[in-house]
Design a protein around this ligand. Structure first.
Ligand code: FES
Length: 101
């Protein structure tokens, strides 16, 4: 595994998500309760950035056409998207967020 630092844990509030670029990839980092998640930030339907959407009831909703993704595994919970977004390993160490890209 090759972890890349993507931000500071203190800057990511509960039930919030943020889009970052790291190692040439668009990554969505989300914090739900006490858990952190890292997924691809590009919707598989038509390429909108999921970071501009909503994080509600533990699910990520795309801002463009309403596809809903599960942050734990990237699976589509509601279309029109049909393909999952990639999921990355994430860890928090010494106050920093690291993602295995
Ligand atoms: S681009 Fe995300 S639902 Fe269409």
């Amino acid at each position: 595994m090759t972890f890349t630092k993507v931000g500071s844990a203190i800057d990511l509030l509960y039930d919030r998500m943020v889009g970052v670029q790291a190692s040439g990839k668009e990554v969505l980092v989300a914090k739900l309760k006490d858990r952190y998640y890292a997924l691809g930030n590009v919707c598989t339907h038509n390429g909108c950035r999921l970071s501009g959407g909503k994080l509600r009831d533990g699910k990520i909703r795309c801002p463009c056409h309403g596809s809903v993704f599960d942050p734990a595994n990237g699976k589509v919970l509601q279309g029109p998207a049909e393909k999952p977004v990639p999921v990355y390993h994430i860890k928090v160490e010494n106050g920093s967020i690291w993602v295995d890209l």
